[in-house]
Design a protein around this ligand. Structure first.
Ligand code: ACO
Length: 329
């Protein structure tokens, strides 16, 4: 016997402090005009010094659990998608499990860059479909400000901190996750990398002096990858579900660069008012982008039961992912 699986609650958390383009003008050789025109970003949130990724994840998780009317003890599994965990180990998911008191839940972190939340949606939904688990907490949470090179204008203008969470559970037949497309092209791994701090290049004074413990990115290579893969993943999930873009009520894309989103809008021929865009307010929060978008869309009354929603993302790995969901709440 199989079950339909879908999102039964969502929530997000954004740190209070905002960093504007004008603030960045004082830190590196950049301008509000350049950042706005080349990326679409105006401001982003930055975690307080005493806030780590699990703290942001906790706030988002509490809100998602309330929205799902679910108690922490009901959870069978917690997945945290992140590229900026509190520690290499223990996992951020285990820290969250302890803080929530979700004593019946298994827990692990998922590393798929900005694709992490939607990758997690794929894994979590199939764990419910198979009957293995009934309720799963899936979180995308990042404090990218901790691994950003604040002297590198090519990258430091792009990122922000935040967290979004979803509770997945059994839903009515025909609702929930309808189709998925998870992909990777590891040959592009070096385009988006934190070069030092792992077993390949353990942390030394030299690696820290060279800023190799921070994000390194070939922006144009990642841009080209994203421009191809975002529309590709959308078409794949539509094809698998036997639908067209006209059936989609809302497209929720990863928010890395407004020009990448615009490119997807053009290629897919979808009306702009059916695409959720918040990059101007939050920048690129990696795995947190999609669940934060979903929460905002729900709060704005843009997600109604039965709506077909596509979530699509790309990120470090390189990875890409699409999910087509029939909104179940
Ligand atoms: N302010 C002013 N000038 C800048 C800035 C800045 N912040 N950043 C770069 N420039 C300059 C460059 O130095 C370059 O100058 P030059 O011509 O004198 O060498 C010029 O602007 C153009 O640089 P490009 O790299 O060609 O700029 P581009 O239009 O490609 O935009 C960007 C760069 C925004 C990074 C873009 O390539 C991009 O968005 N790429 C995708 C990034 C992405 O999606 N990353 C995902 C990360 S997610 C994760 O997993 C953490």
């Amino acid at each position: 016997m199989t079950f339909a699986a879908g999102i039964i609650g969502i929530g997000c958390y954004l740190p209070e402090k905002k960093l504007t383009n004008q603030d960045l003008e004082k830190m590196v050789d950049t301008s509000d005009a350049w950042i706005t025109e080349r990326t679409g970003i105006k401001t982003r949130h930055i975690a307080a010094p005493d806030q780590a990724t699990s703290d942001l994840a906790y706030e988002a998780a509490v809100r998602a659990l309330a929205d799902a009317d679910t108690k922490p003890e009901e959870l069978d599994l917690i997945i945290v998608a992140t590229e900026s965990p509190d520690y290499k180990y223990p996992s951020t998911a285990c820290l969250l499990q302890a803080r929530l008191g979700a004593k019946n839940a298994a827990a692990f972190d998922l590393s798929a860059g900005c694709s992490g939340f939607v990758y997690g949606l794929g894994i979590a939904s199939q764990s419910i479909v198979s009957g293995l688990y009934k309720k799963i907490l899936l979180v995308g949470a990042e404090t990218l400000s901790r691994i950003t090179d604040w002297t590198d204008r090519n990258t430091c203008v792009l990122f922000g901190d935040g967290a979004g969470a979803a509770v997945l559970g059994r839903v009515e037949e025909g609702y929930g996750v309808l189709s998925l497309d998870l992909g990777a092209d590891g040959s592009g791994g070096s385009h988006l990398i934190q070069p030092a701090g792992g077993s390949r290049k353990p942390t030394t004074h030299e690696t820290v002096d060279a800023h190799e413990h921070l994000i390194h990115m070939d922006g144009q290579d990642v841009f080209k990858f994203a421009a191809r893969r975002m529309p590709y993943a959308c078409r794949k999930v539509l094809q698998k579900a036997g639908m067209t873009i006209d059936d989609v009520a809302l497209l929720v894309p990863h928010q890395a660069n407004l020009r990448i989103i615009d490119n997807a809008i053009d290629r897919l021929k979808i009306d702009r008012d059916r695409v959720w865009i918040n990059i101007d307010k939050h920048g690129n929060m990696s795995a947190a982008c999609v669940p934060v978008c979903l929460t905002e869309a729900q709060e704005a009354g843009r997600l109604k039961k039965g709506d077909k929603v596509i979530m699509v993302a790309f990120g470090a790995g390189l990875t890409w992912v699409g999910a087509l969901v029939k909104w179940a709440k």
